[in-house]
Design a protein around this ligand. Structure first.
Ligand SMILES: Cc1ncc(COP(=O)(O)O)c(C=O)c1O
Length: 375
């Protein structure tokens, strides 16, 4: 199939750029002396995960049990489910754990730990668990200086029905950085908080064998991960407009785009309307701390990463995107029927809105990949 025959809106993946991204991160992990356990939440797709683990030990990270089940079916045997486990999901996770080598769970609260423990005792087999640590993002995780953190770590380490794997964090606050230098400082904080917590636990008699960290901005910027044992970036496979704005990648390294058609043209108000709205691009506001006028993604000429002169995606409703041209920027309002590609602000969210990705090399659609959906 030719790229021009695709119905819009649709999701495009550039396989060569994708390959370059996954190879670069793999090499980075090697240079930094840590294992790469890529997060698959960005694409949720077996084909991309296989590329991500090429040359590494093969472990992956997932954000839903649906992903874990699909990847297990495809032969992945070492999976970390990196969202704190809901007590009601332990049973389903344990069923999956029985048919692969290892499914590690996350807890940051004693109630969740007790649910895992009760289940382990019932079936007579321990479940692998990481203690989730808050290294500064303040979304989830125990505060490493708190009494609760120490108490919970002791419970996990001493439980007969839990196999305590180690400590895990995600520096999501790195998304507030304005460039690589700031992201590097957060990577150092992420590492230092975890190593200090490991030492605190060691002096309390709790041995930690794994220290797992990672976000795309911190892992693209880190220069020294010290005693960290593994990294879990995910977005780097596709990258996006946000990562470009904060210096994790160049625009040419974005592997994911949304192909759209111009369905309305309004030269008097310097606007066109495309058929990619919130349900194709997501409503992620993007890197407004770096560029308040970033709009909802970067509109580019199809087949390139060249921005459409003076154009931005100024507004979205469900199935409409408003493309606004700044007068005097040299662009002309695209005409009805023309096609453009939008590099979304957040590829994880935009990709999740499509049931298939068209893999396009040059003008040819060389493959169609089907991601897993649901929870
Ligand atoms: C627990 C956890 N680990 C790793 C990642 C991967 O980070 P990124 O999306 O920046 O690559 C995420 C992303 O949300 C996460 O929640």
């Amino acid at each position: 199939m030719n790229f021009h025959d695709l119905e819009t809106p649709c999701a495009l993946v550039d396989p060569d750029v994708l390959e370059g991204n996954v190879r670069a991160m793999s090499e980075r992990a090697g240079r930094l002396g840590v294992r790469l356990r890529p997060h698959t939440k960005t694409h949720k797709c077996v084909e991309v995960a296989r590329l991500q683990v090429r040359g590494s030990f093969g472990g992956i990270t997932v954000s839903t049990l649906a992903e874990a089940e699909r990847f297990a079916d495809a032969g992945f045997g070492d999976i970390t489910y990196a969202v704190p486990i809901a007590p009601g999901r332990v049973e389903r996770a344990a069923r999956l754990e029985e048919r692969i080598e290892r499914l590690a769970l996350l807890v940051d609260h004693v109630d969740a730990a007790m649910a895992v423990e009760r289940h382990g005792a019932r079936r007579g087999r321990a479940l692998p668990v990481f203690l989730k640590v808050d290294c500064g993002y303040h979304r989830a995780g125990v505060l490493p200086d708190s009494d609760e953190a120490l108490g919970l770590a002791r419970n996990l380490a001493h439980s007969q029905w839990i196999e305590f794997r180690g400590i895990l964090t995600h520096a999501g606050h790195a998304y507030h950085s304005r460039g690589r230098e700031e992201a590097r400082a957060i990577a150092e904080q992420e590492r230092d908080v975890m190593v200090a917590f490991r030492d605190r636990l060691a002096s309390a008699g709790v041995r930690v064998s794994e220290i797992s960290v990672g976000s795309t901005p911190t892992m693209c910027a880190a220069e020294d991960l010290g005693d960290v044992t593994e990294m879990r970036p995910g977005n780097y496979a596709f990258f996006d407009a946000f990562q470009t704005a904060i210096g994790s990648c160049r625009r040419e390294e974005i592997a994911f785009g949304v192909l759209a058609t111009v369905i309305g043209s309004y030269p008097r108000r310097n606007e066109s309307v495309i058929d990619a709205g919130t349900l194709a691009l997501s409503r992620d506001p993007g890197p407004i701390h770096v560029d308040p006028d970033c709009g909802f993604g970067i509109p580019v000429v199809p087949g390139t990463r060249e921005p459409l002169a003076g154009a931005r995606v100024a507004g979205l409703s469900q199935e409409h995107g408003v493309l606004r041209l700044e007068p005097g920027d040299g662009g002309t309002v695209p005409r009805v029927g023309e096609r453009i590609v939008v590099l979304p602000n957040h590829s994880c969210l935009a990709a999740a809105l499509f049931d298939r990705y068209h893999v396009v090399r040059g003008e040819e659609v060389v493959d169609v990949w089907r991601p897993v959906r649901g929870w």
